[in-house]
Design a protein around this ligand. Structure first.
Ligand code: PLP
Length: 391
């Protein structure tokens, strides 16, 4: 791309209806938002527990801002590693039941740091076809061979593992798939990782806070399979900007792995530490996540209401028991018509089209939050029924 190619390339995106634009949010993230100056009922955030605007979390951050200011001022290996970061890492490890944890500035950066710290061109990374872009990019950056397997297809994965001659193998998967809402077969993946002596890298961006009795995430589903207190091949990533309502991410695993990352993960070493006020906010968020079981219970009520409310529509909900509830529309134009029609009625949710999802599988990605009421879900269902009649 040269400077004079940019403008025609952007026009080309326009012509294909692929140009992405940003809308400006005023005020707080939540079930109701002001976007480009207009009020909407929104089903398009990842704020699954409704914590992005939680007063106790904001107060924790504000208190640290008053005492310590905002900037971390340096990387963790220089003078930026604040006591609040240090204490939060201990809390996070305990929360997910693994020996040690390491904070990263974002989930994207965490994966870009971890995979290249473990693999080089002699390694091989095995990835589900529907994995998040950050996992694909992390594998490419590591220079290991990248082998993708069909979505949740364990037989195909096993075949590829058996055929591999790589010295270091790593299986990477989303736990909850971000555009489908379904769960990876975690116990079976762990069994394969053990059989073929591979790392298992779990990206729990959409499970942390949501899954498990206390919101401890996808590892709760593995508790039976992880009969040892921990398995050194397991590497767990959770992001803190989604259900936790703050920002950042952490990787949890053995103490040795965390020490290795402190030394070798370039996205850890060569970046400024997050503001310590965010660590205080995450710490406050963990307390709310654990204490407010009602938020997860309410989410399940919303999911059930959505399923009954949308039954009989021309478009099926995809099989999912998580707050990600995609309505499979099929055609791109139809998905856009529905999203536009909803927006005209003050309801916001994204039409997800190829290449984000396969051709012919355009969908409306309904994302539920504990901040929604049952009435909000009924409003969405009624609006969709209205749009179905004008098919
Ligand atoms: C959002 C997301 C990430 C990136 O996390 P950030 O903290 O937003 O950078 C990684 N993996 C998955 C599956 C995600 O959905």
């Amino acid at each position: 791309m040269t400077p004079d190619q940019l403008h025609p390339a952007l026009a080309d995106l326009d012509a294909q209806s692929l140009r992405r634009v940003r809308r400006v949010l005023d005020g707080a993230q939540g079930a109701r938002v002001i976007l480009d100056g207009k009020p909407y009922l929104s089903f398009s955030s990842n704020d699954y527990l409704g914590l992005a605007n939680h007063p106790a979390i904001a107060t924790a951050a504000a208190g640290v801002a008053e005492r310590c200011g905002v900037g971390a001022g340096a990387a963790h290996l220089l003078t930026g590693h604040h006591r609040l970061h240090h204490e939060l890492e201990v809390e996070l490890a305990e929360f997910v039941g693994l020996p040690a944890a390491l904070l990263f500035s974002t989930g994207y950066m965490a994966s870009l740091g971890v995979l290249p710290a473990l693999l080089d061109r002699h390694g091989e990374v095995f990835e589900d076809k529907l994995n998040h872009a950050s996992l694909v990019d992390a594998a490419l950056l590591s220079r290991a061979k990248l082998t993708r397997y069909p979505h949740c297809d364990l037989a195909a994965l096993e075949q590829r593992l058996a055929a591999s001659t790589a010295k270091v193998k790593l299986i990477a998967t989303d736990t909850v798939f971000s555009m489908d809402g379904d769960l990876a077969p975690l116990a079976d993946l762990l069994a394969l990782a053990r059989r073929y002596d591979a790392w298992l890298y779990l990206d729990d961006a959409h499970g942390f806070g949501v899954l498990g009795e206390r919101g401890e995430g996808a590892l709760a589903l593995l508790a039976g399979a992880l009969n040892a207190p921990h398995d050194a091949r397991l590497i767990y990533l959770a992001t803190l900007g989604k259900a936790a309502g703050v920002a950042g991410a952490f990787v949890a695993s053995s103490a040795d792995l965390v020490e290795w990352l402190v030394n070798k993960a370039r996205t850890y070493v060569f970046t400024t530490a997050q503001p310590p006020l965010l660590a205080a906010a995450v710490s406050a968020s963990l307390r709310v996540i654990a204490a407010d079981g009602w938020r997860r219970a309410h989410l399940h009520g919303l999911i059930a209401r959505l399923k009954t409310g949308l039954a009989g529509l021309p478009w099926p909900l995809m099989p999912s028991d998580t707050p990600i509830q995609p309505l499979l529309v099929g055609g791109n134009a139809e998905a856009l018509r529905l999203a536009d029609g909803l927006r005209d009625q003050g309801i916001l949710l994204p039409a997800i089209r190829p290449p984000t999802v396969p051709q012919g599988e355009a969908r409306l990605r309904i994302s539920l939050s504990a901040a929604h009421s049952l009435d909000d879900v009924a409003t969405l269902a009624a609006a969709l029924r209205g749009l179905a009649r004008h098919d």
